[in-house]
Design a protein around this ligand. Structure first.
Ligand code: HT7
Ligand code: ZN
Length: 879
């Protein structure tokens, strides 16, 4: 496989000033006629020739016609991945006729079938499976698309832009013509043909234009589209108000499809969504899935500016659109749900997925400098760390400065394909501030570590905060330069009040702020504050102001104090998590020594205090009382031991269950939500806290608690409560487990998204017979290896969400994963690569487990016909 390098970027030799596509769709094949208006941009080789190379893959080529002359087959070369015409004229019209078999396309890339529908997925390089084309984001063109299909089976024919024509054809067929006036790269092309229902609405933009909103799904699913429609309208308004961005076409369409590799796709004017992020009703979707719909709808909508109007020059710039758009969707969710809850959840995702990625064999910078398969770079680093980097810019420049920078970026580059460099330059120009060192966040991989030390001089009332940074080596980068790190800081007195922070030398004419963003640039820097009477407790990295690992050198008493008193809600949560982590790691060590286990009374007291702190919003309380995951504990061990992490987490939950039974029961009853279910953030917060209490009550394996959970289940009028009630029963293997699995199936049977939960709750149950159960689930009539949601619900839930059983000392879990990866790879390499990545950090594990994982990775690597996707992950993991 070939590695591509950022340093090799060269502009496209030919531009496309217009493309016309004609799709003739049939049950057995799809015929595509593409007509391109092309112009040479410059001469390339010494002979003065500029070969035209068009990307193409997995198609049958029928004809090539240049300026009206059909070319003989010796006038061009067809290679496995491209079509080459040696030296076309300076300007020409090229017509290419190809066909493919969408019904056989299981990769879900290019033109494929999902159920009775035709649909497309072109990002990153799927368009080349549809027709021969310069399939790269810096070739932008206006598209005119004609779709022809059987009228009865495919009455809905959609593509990007505005519908400009349509009507009946002979033989019971029908056509529609779509025109997208905005030049776009091929990855934003989309087509849908099917028999779909539609939910319609409208939005009036800030300048008074009417935009038709159309949400398409199977007729029987349209009733589940109302939450998504409301989310779309909120997103459109929010982007106008917060960032001044208005929608530009007359229609905005979203289509829900059941078979989709990722969450959704921002195709211009015609988003295609995984049904998981569109369809919801109280019986099928949980509170967090409602929130997920809000954020994914917003994300794809926001791409209309950050991605579509201004796109990426090449795929090394992917974070330019993805990091910025994740930041924008996080800010949106923060405004519509709760700022602190959103921030904590965003950081949880970053820590549980991106930090491990950044510390493993596939670590790469936010702007990668090489790749084998671009699909492997839709990573937590590009998306979530990319968003953190954008957030730091906002922190450093202030909200207004950031807005000015973003306005300038859109103004300068509207209609262009640009680089991260242009984004930073716009921020600099709009703010008159150099961001030279800040650029390192884009090019250096690895999570920086920051160590803080405080010293206090009582006589001079001076406090010194010393910050020291370092960054571990990552593949290909052994030495790192120091980063520019914003550290939001407060110092708390004994009552938990933030004291004024006056830097030495600052005038005391104006009151000093109680929180400051300190900018750490050197490897080590000290900050001196005057007027500090006593040694305070530091509250550092407030709101998680930078994606770093902080060691603030706090003891357990200080952590308990911050857990109870910090006025920064993020740090309140953070201190509780750190305290719990330390307590649990202490127990892991005690277990390893063979000592008897004892949960510290101080920790139980702090936990109780938080549970009973009625000043703390229920949603935040639920987060603050959620124990660190087994994965988090494993990250903190020298060598990860899944069995130890599981045993200790179970022990602590059982202890809290017994020791706080009365308090948990009181809270469980107090946080009942009155009335019929509706998704609303405040109700969701109460449910989260109540369901957390229920979960802990069941951890004691007491039969009264099981009865409570059974009642909870039977009285529930929504998926959130049903799932919360049965998860501890099924995961604990309690007596009613099998009966509930059967009953829950009846609730889920009519919805694919609900069924995914029925599958995954079983696959993630940490019971001894987990693997045979998983194998049995894969033979279930509702399971299909061709559907990515089902693959994630069963294989993903077992291998990624059931650490104690996946990492069984027999190695059976690893052999199972290798077997599934190979089966998947033949059909859907993207899905296979995502699954195999679950073993990529094998070196982090206990020696016996590491060796077993290594063996399976080696076994995969010896297979013939491995996709580039899987090859890249496995070979990098074994390096
Ligand atoms: N920009 C979209 C990425 C995406 C994708 C990438 C590779 C293969 C399939 C895909 N489906 C969607 C989604 C987004 O970030 O908005
Ligand atoms: Zn995106």
């Amino acid at each position: 496989p070939q590695t591509r390098y950022l340093k090799d970027y060269a502009p496209p030799p030919y531009a496309v000033s217009a493309i016309q596509l004609r799709f003739e769709l049939f049950e057995e094949s799809a015929r595509v006629t593409s007509t391109l208006e092309m112009q040479r941009q410059h001469r390339q080789d010494e002979a003065g020739q500029t070969p035209l190379m068009l990307d193409g893959h997995d198609m049958t080529l029928h004809s090539v016609t240049l300026d009206g002359q059909k070319l003989d087959t010796d006038a061009y070369i067809v290679e496995p991945e491209r079509l080459v015409i040696a030296n076309p004229p300076e300007r020409f019209t090229l017509e290419i006729v190809t066909s493919s078999k969408p019904q056989d396309n299981a990769s879900l890339e290019g033109l494929y079938r999902s159920g009775d529908m035709f649909c497309t997925q072109c990002e990153a390089e799927g368009f080349r499976k549809i027709t021969y084309y310069p399939d790269r984001p810096d070739v932008m063109a206006p598209y005119t698309v004609t779709i022809e299909a059987d009228k009865a089976r495919y009455p809905t024919l959609l593509s990007n832009g505005n519908r400009i024509d349509g009507g009946d054809l002979p033989d019971g067929r029908r056509f529609a013509v779509w025109q997208d006036p905005f030049p776009k790269p091929s990855y934003l092309f989309a087509l849908v043909a099917g028999n779909l229902g539609c939910l319609r609405d409208a939005f009036i933009t800030q300048s008074g234009r009417r935009v038709a909103l159309e949400l398409y799904a199977r007729e029987q699913d349209v009733a589940q589209c109302h939450h998504a429609m409301a989310a779309l309208k909120k997103s459109m308004r929010w982007d106008e108000e917060r960032f001044g961005r208005e929608y530009d076409l007359d229609v905005y369409m979203i289509v829900a499809v059941g078979d989709f590799n990722m969450g959704a796709m921002e195709n211009k004017g015609l988003n295609i969504f995984n049904t998981k992020y569109v369809l919801a009703n109280p019986d099928t979707a949980t509170d967090s899935e409602y929130e997920g719909i809000d954020s994914v709808i917003a994300h794809e909508y926001f791409h209309n500016w950050s991605g579509n109007r201004v796109t990426c020059r090449d795929w090394f710039q992917l974070s330019l659109k993805e990091g910025l758009t994740v930041f924008r969707d996080q800010e949106f969710s923060s405004d519509i749900v709760s700022g602190p809850v959103q921030r904590i959840n965003d950081v949880r995702v970053l820590r549980s997925h991106q930090f491990p990625e950044d510390a493993g064999p596939t670590a790469h910078p936010v702007q990668p400098d090489s790749y084998i398969e671009i699909n492997n770079f839709y990573t937590n680093t590009v998306y979530n760390k990319g968003a953190e980097v954008v957030r730091m810019l906002q922190t450093l420049l202030g909200r207004d400065g950031f807005r000015k920078g973003l306005d300038l970026y859109f103004e300068r580059h509207d209609g262009q394909a640009v680089t991260v460099e242009e984004f930073i330059s716009a921020m600099e120009a709009a703010n008159g501030r150099a961001l030279t060192q800040f650029r390192l966040w884009y090019v250096q991989a690895g999570t920086p570590q920051v160590r803080a030390a405080l010293s206090h001089d009582a006589a001079s009332q001076r406090l010194t905060l010393t910050l020291r940074q370092s960054c571990p080596a990552t593949p290909g980068q052994s030495f790192k330069q120091p980063f520019h790190i914003p550290i939001a800081t407060a110092l708390l007195d004994q009552q938990g009040q933030a004291i004024p922070l006056r830097l030495v030398g600052e005038s005391n004419a104006a009151p000093a702020p109680t929180e400051r963003v300190l900018e750490l640039r050197a490897t080590e820097e000290s900050f001196h504050f005057d007027g500090v009477a006593q040694m305070p407790t530091p509250s550092l990295l407030r709101g998680f102001s930078a994606p770093v690992k902080l060691d603030a050198q706090l003891d357990n008493a200080q952590l308990a104090f911050l857990w109870a008193h910090d006025s920064d809600p993020f740090n309140r949560w953070e201190s509780g998590q750190e305290y719990a982590t330390r307590v649990m790691l202490g127990l892991v060590a005690a277990r390893a020594r063979g000592d008897s286990l004892n949960l510290d009374e101080n920790f139980v007291d702090a936990f109780r205090a938080c549970l009973q702190d009625d000043a703390l919003d229920p949603a935040l309380r639920a987060l603050a009382l959620t124990l660190p995951s087994e994965g988090h504990l494993m990250e903190r061990m020298t060598l990860a031991d899944p069995q130890a992490a599981h045993a200790i987490r179970s022990f602590v939950r059982a202890q809290l269950s017994v020791r706080l039974e009365a308090e948990l029961l009181t809270a469980y009853h107090a946080f009942r939500v009155a009335g019929a279910y509706r998704y609303a953030p405040l109700d969701a917060g109460r449910r989260a806290l109540r369901n957390l209490c229920l979960d802990l009550l069941l951890a004691g394996q007491d039969s009264a608690a099981e009865t409570l959970a059974l009642n909870h289940y039977h009285n529930a009028d929504n998926m959130t409560d049903r799932l919360a009630a049965i998860t501890p029963i099924i995961h604990g293997g309690l007596p009613h487990s099998d009966k509930l699995i059967a009953d829950f199936y009846i609730h889920c049977a009519s919805s694919a998204n609900a069924l995914d939960k029925w599958f995954s709750i079983q696959a993630s149950a940490p019971l001894p017979d987990a693997l045979p159960r998983v194998r049995a689930l894969m033979t279930h009539q509702d399971f299909s290896l061709r559907n990515p949601n089902k693959v994630r619900a069963v294989i993903g839930a077992f291998c990624g969400g059931n650490p104690v059983r996946f990492h069984d000392a027999s190695g059976a879990g690893y052999a199972f994963l290798a077997e599934q990866v190979l089966a998947l790879d033949a059909a859907n390499p993207q899905a296979a690569a995502r699954m195999v990545a679950l073993m990529s950090r094998w070196r982090r594990f206990r020696r016996d487990l590491a060796e077993l994982m290594q063996k399976q990775l080696q076994r995969i690597l010896t297979q013939d016909k491995l996709s580039n996707d899987v090859y890249e992950i496995v070979s990098k993991s074994l390096n």
